[in-house]
Design a protein around this ligand. Structure first.
Ligand code: ATP
Length: 249
């Protein structure tokens, strides 16, 4: 069963057409990389799936729940971490976890919370206030909060922003672990090497148009003129600097 299922999603902001006709699925265990130049529509897509932005047209399902018609049921099954996570400056690291545990009725905060703090190397910061955390620590805390209620759909917008090399490794491993445990993960990134090494699937967007959706191997073979050895970066530039959509490839 698909955890994230998007059909013919369009979004227009007053005069700007941000996304035109996206359709894709993310299954349990799959990690979909959402890539595209600045302004392609990645954040718009994530915010719509998270139920923050109403779609102009189309159907968005999370764990079978329509995000427009049954938003509470859909939101219980997902976690969304924006590229500039908002924390509560007056709450400590542990109080953030307590707050999320209370909102999502997490039964075993102590075990799950302690384990997440260890995983993200925040144990020593347990009682520190959010306003005193570095950018990378804030990012790690936001992701720890996102994982706490074991969401079936995880949406991460540029999750590596501000992380040091060790933080990047921890984040990548955590995403793989979550997928291996059955989550469907959607990750936006400008780092093609990250997407190539981490993701099972890729969706290439440009100016709101879906240029390609499929596995990484399918992306390479979709553009025969690049030869079978093309990197995802080669595919990305070929797709986004040309004007062809997948059906024309
Ligand atoms: N609140 C808004 N009001 C009007 N237009 C918006 C709004 N948010 C985004 N847009 C426009 O929608 C389009 C898609 O923006 P979006 O932020 O989704 O792109 P993105 O792929 O996430 O870009 P980036 O890689 O720069 O983060 C852009 O043309 C942007 O200017």
């Amino acid at each position: 069963m698909q955890v994230i299922s998007i059909r013919d999603f369009h979004k227009t902001y007053e005069k700007t057409v941000a996304v035109r006709g996206l359709s894709f699925d993310v299954e349990p265990g799959h990690i979909l990389g959402l890539v595209g130049p600045n302004g392609a529509g990645k954040t718009t897509t994530m915010r719509a799936i998270a139920g923050i932005l109403p779609p102009t047209h189309g159907r968005l399902l999370v764990a079978g729940h329509d995000v427009v018609e049954t938003p509470v049921a859909a939101k219980r099954e997902l976690a969304y971490v924006p590229d500039d996570p908002h924390l509560f400056d007056a709450l400590s690291v542990w109080e953030h976890l307590e707050f999320i545990a209370s909102a999502y009725e997490v039964a075993d905060l102590e075990t799950a919370g302690v384990s997440l703090l260890e995983q993200f190397e925040l144990t020593e910061k347990r009682d520190a206030f959010a306003h005193g955390l570095s950018r990378g620590m804030r990012q790690k805390l936001a992701i720890a909060c996102a994982y706490l209620h074991n969401p079936r759909a995880i949406l991460l917008d540029e999750p590596l922003t501000g992380l040091d090399p060790r933080g990047i490794r921890i984040m990548r491993e955590s995403i793989k672990q979550r997928a291996a445990a059955g989550a469907a993960v959607l990750v936006s990134s400008h780092l093609m090497s990250l997407v190539e090494g981490l993701c099972t699937h890729v969706l290439i967007l440009s100016s709101g148009n879906q240029l390609f959706f499929g596995t990484i191997a399918e992306a390479r073979s979709a553009y025969e003129e690049l030869g079978g050895e093309a990197s995802l970066e080669d595919v990305f530039f070929h797709a986004t600097e040309g004007t062809r959509t997948q059906s024309e490839a």
